[in-house]
Design a protein around this ligand. Structure first.
Ligand SMILES: [Zn+2]
Length: 359
């Protein structure tokens, strides 16, 4: 279980809980000085960061082999992301659970999309009549989450459009809740959001289509968002590539992109819970968690809120401990205070995973 560590400096155990030191003993956090000799580590300490939307085992073309998935997970780890919520993957990454050197993964099973309404090779592509059955199955396969594709381009209208009727959503989300799983959905546009909230959704990914009508609805129902701003930054490129074939869709993406920071800021101001996710594994590389925290600050979130979105708040939301007595020692040490400048997250000094110094 590695050496006994004595970590000194500023232990950022919570937004209002800063301590001077902690120890790592037997892979776990302790605030009591042990008798054993300890290796000293110094700096500013945060709980292992959370990438609440990434995909391990996936690339732009679909499922990848084990070596590639392992590299993806290691890249997240080396960026300080020690807890991943995998927002849908066609490959089985269950084998990583036995690996002490890889981040912990909370899986959402495989994406569930409408027939021919998502990226090829990613999702179960089904019709609304089968939605509840598939959701229940993925709820049982995953680690407490199910992932829907809530909207996507409709090639007939040439624009983003909702994928599911209201009744099918309500039945499917109820089935997931019965199985003890929460449900999240990929949504870029405006039109699917009210139906999803009414149907009982727990979280929305991207949520670029939030408006003055739907922001209060999300706040009232306690629906969280994971904006994935580092991914939304690619909208202009996608829009340019699709311009000739789907001009309405391209315009729509550009509009959503132009107001992305304002959208996130409005959501935060209304009391909607915001968490960090990078969407790595589809089009984007892994290891971008620090950039996403910086994006939340750019959007106008206070620094402590942006940090919480990647640490204390996100861990609580996912039901995983932070820097509490007896918790598994998953933490990151930095050279400087991330509360003064979140850009220090881009260069961790030490990474401790399950009590072992891994970076
Ligand atoms: Zn994704």
């Amino acid at each position: 279980m590695g050496d006994v560590l004595h970590i000194r400096g500023r232990i950022l155990a919570g937004p209002d809980d800063v301590r001077d030191e902690l120890w790592v003993v037997g892979g776990r956090i302790s605030y009591e000085r042990p008798a054993a000799e300890a290796v000293a580590v110094e700096g500013w300490v945060l709980p292992g960061l959370v990438d609440a939307h990434c995909h391990v085992g996936l690339d732009a073309h679909g499922a990848v082999d084990r070596d590639t998935a392992e590299k993806q997970a290691l890249t997240e780890r080396d960026a300080g992301a020690l807890l991943l919520r995998d927002a849908g993957s066609p490959s089985d990454t269950r084998w990583t659970d036995a690996r002490d050197d890889l981040p912990r993964i909370i899986r959402a099973g495989r994406h569930i999309a409408r027939t021919r309404r998502y990226i090829r090779n990613y999702a179960h592509e089904i019709e609304p009549g089968d939605l509840a059955v598939y959701v229940r199955r993925e709820a049982r396969r995953g680690d407490g989450w199910v992932k829907l594709v809530g909207d996507w381009i409709d090639r007939d209208t040439g624009d983003l459009a909702p994928c599911w009727p209201k009744d099918a959503l309500a039945e499917a989300i109820a089935a997931a809740h019965q199985e003890g799983a929460r449900v999240t959905a990929h949504c870029f546009a405006e039109d699917s959001l009210a139906d999803l909230v009414t149907a009982g959704i727990d979280c929305v990914e991207h949520a670029t289509g939030l408006t003055d009508e739907t922001v209060p609805l999300f706040a009232e129902h306690g629906v969280a968002i994971v904006p994935t701003l580092v991914n939304i930054a690619t909208f202009p490129r996608l829009a340019a590539a699709g311009e000739a074939k789907f001009p309405r869709w391209s315009d729509h993406l550009r509009t959503l992109h132009a107001r992305r920071h304002e959208t996130v800021r409005n959501a935060y101001d209304a009391g909607i819970a915001v968490y960090t996710g990078t969407d790595a594994g589809g089009g984007l590389p892994h290891g971008l968690i620090a950039a996403e925290v910086e994006e939340l600050v750019t959007a106008g979130l206070p620094v402590e809120a942006a940090l919480s979105a990647a640490t204390w708040g996100a861990r609580k939301w996912l039901g995983r401990p932070g820097l509490t007595e007896g918790a598994p020692a998953d933490l990151v040490v930095y050279d400087a205070d991330p509360r003064a400048d979140v850009r220090v997250l881009a260069a961790p000094r030490r990474i401790v995973l399950r009590g072992n110094v891994v970076g």
